[in-house]
Design a protein around this ligand. Structure first.
Ligand code: PEP
Ligand code: MG
Length: 853
């Protein structure tokens, strides 16, 4: 027996036995960033061959997830060991798991904790890979995992040396102070919650005490709240200081990560300055209406909705102020926070599973808030004064939220709502209140002082037609989530909103930021008709979504999808997608600590091919990052003009291992369906020749059949020389987003230039015509995967110019197919010819007016 025993309390290390038989994996290789990036903690993963999870050492069960797929055990030395069976298994809601323990049980090494049905889990969850991680990393000095195959209850798989009573936060670190060079913040909206959470999380990998300074102010980088309180905005200069053994390494790594935007796309322009209503002091100037029947607010999510109001009232939880046993209260608080952490993680996983990784980041930031050292410090100081866990926690988070809300910068002030959201979650757990999923009458327009991201994640879209809140701004997380869910919404509304009796009939115009009260039956009728017409058209388009897109004179166009994930692939097939014209592989490379392995990539490509089936092809674009889209694990020198720098294929040649790994994964997956590879940003003939040579080398090494090769046409030189390029490839796909940017020499993300960066500019159309002509000289086909393929005004022209395949955004598949079925190809050809003679984008748009719903 290798475990710690009760008779040896002052131990400095803990040995954890294999809780399952199977093969070990480094935690970094788990195909889930939450584990791979050690956000939950450091540890190890097992691909199990046994089906009963056993205690890896003696201890007490401090948490058992309600879905029974995860359990946390506290060892006698205070280490908290989370064991998480499978990936995304929370979604199984307990099916396939049989727990043998409950919270509070004391267990001995080798005792059964949870039995599970491996067949069921393998079929219904993402993976069986089981993680064992230490969630209180501050107690860990070193952690050594072993590798290879192990037998349950026999082999030690983790050796943990304890940090003793010393923790990174409270210890007085030794050594010289290291100071970074000045760092300019590149993030469009500064160090707000999401990048702050990434920074705090990165800092946890180091022992050193690290501070971030802006002028005379400074913050502990492990505290998201402290970082947000600094209100660092774009282009401000900060410095880092660190003291401790690994101070130098910490400063170097964190400086680099901050300069790269902490996982955010820093190429997007700064958000337009907010209107005074949103950007001024804590009491924003609200738009006020002079019309008693019209209530004004700020547009948060566009769209029309008609319904009856329902006022959401906040739960009032009853809390006892004092408690007898501070140790027990602390344990309760820790357990509630751990449980809340798991709940938030489940929401994050659900949002990510819905194909919204950027929205999932909101909940990833919530997890960091839950672990915020400053928040915990305040709560602990109340516990030390004899207060109950619930009272201490409430005082801590409300004080911090109020402090945030008072910040003059609205972007930071709005994050107070996130803190209240996670705060309430823990509080409910502490007082034993269950968060019942709210049920509302049909056609509800919710009115509330404020809603939280968690409210949004559980909103029933069938019943809730829209919402209107007093608080919030267009950049609040609630507004971001509303937009992604297509829920019309207004925030920052006039206070009289809350005086409206429940059941009032209203018209909510999310685009205009208005709520019409006491609408006449006539008005209601008209708006309802408009909504109904739009919906009917959508429904019909969806009904016929699987029908081919053939013009009335018999010209067939393939309508395929632009996707970024496996979920997108599923969604696109459900909406009638005839394949994938662009898999943006950068999605799987971004916002993580390490590049995906060959295995992980092969699995993804293979899974997408399986979803598409034999009849639909998959075009995979090799990694298109660099310059404007940095990867945190790929240091690149600063570039003056990132769009003209090492982007796409240029970056791939600079990182040949990464390219080769991806090509091998593609080749290995290719047998599962029809896979084509496509190289981005090709502008010179030598580039495609070199890329093909590398592909061929890897193909021969693997002994796999050849796969079709294409290029993106997004650099004007490639369009102009399409005839020469056509000899080299099997197909072209025109990236009109970049082609327009480079043709017109206008940054595609520039807020002021946005109205002019129009893909229907005749110069771009000329290049498309030239591309099709060059391709046809060698019998090659041309598709379009840029934004104009999803633009109904562009569709007739692209057809007329000879484009055979339109790769569109998933949601527009049914409507673009429906539109094509109304077109006459001969007429499209005439239109295209005419368009090529025009001088401005506006004239082209006038030639192809939108047919109104
Ligand atoms: C394009 O440039 O049109 C394109 C499809 O590529 P991305 O938008 O990913 O740069
Ligand atoms: Mg592009």
């Amino acid at each position: 027996m290798h475990t710690a025993t009760a008779s040896a309390p002052p131990q400095t290390s803990v040995s954890l036995l294999a809780p399952l038989s199977g093969s070990l994996f480094a935690i970094e290789h788990v195909p889930d960033p939450v584990f791979a990036q050690k956000m939950v903690g450091d540890g190890i993963a097992i691909d199990p061959t046994s089906q009963s999870l056993l205690a890896p050492c003696d201890g007490e069960i401090i948490q058992l997830h309600p879905s029974h797929h995860a359990v946390t055990l506290r060892t006698l030395q205070g280490l908290e060991v989370l064991m998480h069976i499978g990936l995304d298994t929370v979604a199984l809601r307990g099916k396939g798991f049989t727990p043998h323990v409950k919270v509070g049980d004391r267990v001995k090494t080798g005792e059964a904790l949870i039995d599970f049905d491996a067949d069921y889990i393998a079929l219904h969850a993402k993976s069986l890979l089981t993680e064992m991680v230490i969630t209180n990393g501050d107690r860990v000095q070193t952690l050594i995992g072993r590798s290879g195959s192990v037998t349950v209850g026999e082999d030690i798989i983790l050796e943990v040396t304890l940090a003793g009573a010393v923790d990174a936060e409270t210890a007085t670190p030794v050594g010289e102070q290291t100071t970074s060079a000045p760092i300019v913040i590149p993030n469009p909206i500064g160090l707000h919650a999401r990048p702050a959470a990434v920074l705090a999380n990165l800092a946890k990998h180091y022992q050193a005490k690290i501070q971030l300074h802006r002028g005379n102010d400074s913050a502990n980088v492990r505290s998201v709240i402290a970082l947000m309180n600094l209100q660092v905005v774009q282009k401000e200069t900060v410095t880092l200081t660190a003291i401790g053994a690994d101070a130098k390494a910490a400063v170097l790594a964190l400086t680099d990560a901050i300069a790269r935007g902490l996982g955010e796309d820093v190429s997007v322009p700064a958000v337009a300055p907010l209107k005074p209503a949103q950007s001024q002091q804590s009491q924003p100037l609200r738009p006020r209406s002079t019309d008693a029947n019209l209530l004004l607010g700020v547009s948060a999510s566009p769209g029309l909705a008609v319904g009856q109001t329902y006022r959401v009232r906040e739960d009032v939880l009853s809390i006892v102020e004092t408690a007898q046993n501070p140790v027990a209260e602390k344990q309760q608080l820790d357990a509630a926070i751990a449980q809340a952490m798991l709940e938030v993680e489940a929401v994050r996983a659900k949002v990510e599973e819905q194909g919204k990784p950027d929205k999932a980041a909101i909940f990833a930031a919530h997890r960091e808030l839950l672990a915020d050292p400053e928040l915990l410090d305040v709560a602990h100081s109340y516990l030390d004064q004899g207060k109950s866990a619930a009272f201490a926690w409430k005082q801590a988070f409300t004080a911090q939220a109020e402090q945030l809300a008072r910040l003059p910068n609205a972007l930071f002030a709005q994050r107070a709502n996130d803190l209240r959201d996670v705060g309430q979650r823990v509080l409910r757990l502490l007082v034993g209140a269950t968060a019942t999923a709210a049920s509302y009458p049909p056609n509800t327009i919710l009115l509330a002082e404020d809603l939280t991201p968690s409210d949004m994640a559980t909103l029933d879209r069938e019943v809730v037609k829209g919402f209107c809140t007093l608080a919030g701004g267009a950049t609040s997380h609630v507004a971001i989530l509303a937009r992604s869910m297509g829920v019309p919404a207004i925030v920052g509304a006039e206070p009289r909103l809350l005086e409206l009796p429940d059941g009032s009939s209203v018209i909510l115009d999310g685009s205009q930021g208005t709520l019409r009260l006491h609408a006449t039956p006539d008005e209601l009728e008209r708006v309802q008709q408009r909504i109904a017409q739009q919906q009917a058209r959508q429904t019909t388009d969806r009904q016929y979504a699987t029908y081919p897109a053939v013009t009335i004179d018999g010209y067939r166009v393939e309508v395929v999808a632009n996707i970024g994930s496996l979920n997108d692939a599923k969604e696109s097939v459900a909406l009638g997608g005839e394949g994938v014209g662009l898999l943006r592989t950068e999605v799987m490379f971004m916002a993580r600590a390490l590049a995906p392995s060959e295995e992980e990539q092969t699995t993804l490509y293979r899974s997408i091919l399986q979803v598409l089936g034999r009849d639909r092809s998959l075009i995979v674009r090799t990694l298109d990052v660099g310059g404007d889209k940095p990867l945190s694990y790929l240091p690149m020198p600063h570039e003056e003009n990132p769009f003209l720098g090492e982007r796409g294929i240029r970056m791939a040649f600079d990182q040949p291992d990464m390219l080769r790994t991806q090509l091998r994964a593609l080749l290995r997956a290719s047998g599962a369906g029809t896979l084509r590879v496509m190289f981005p940003m090709i502008g010179r003939l030598e580039e495609i020749q070199m890329a093909k040579a590398i592909l061929e080398e890897e193909r021969q090494r693997l002994g796999i059949a050849p796969i079709a090769v294409g290029i993106m046409i997004e650099v004007p030189s490639a369009a102009v020389m399409a005839e020469q390029f056509a000899k080299e490839v099997d197909f072209f796909s025109i990236g009109t987003n970049d082609l327009t940017q480079y043709t017109l020499a206008m940054d595609r993300g520039h807020p002021k230039l946005a109205p002019y960066v129009d893909s229907l500019h005749p110069a771009v159309l000329q290049l498309i015509a030239q591309t099709v002509k060059g391709a046809s000289q060698h019998g090659k086909w041309v598709g379009v995967c840029g934004g104009s393929a999803s633009d109904p005004q562009a569709v007739p022209l692209l057809l007329g110019l000879g484009v055979k395949e339109l790769s569109v955004s998933i949601a527009t598949i049914p409507s673009i197919k429906a539109q094509i079925r109304t077109l006459n190809f001969a007429h499209c050809q005439t239109l295209a010819k005419q368009a090529l003679t025009l001088s401005t984008a506006a004239a082209v748009r006038a030639l192809c007016p939108l047919v109104d719903e």
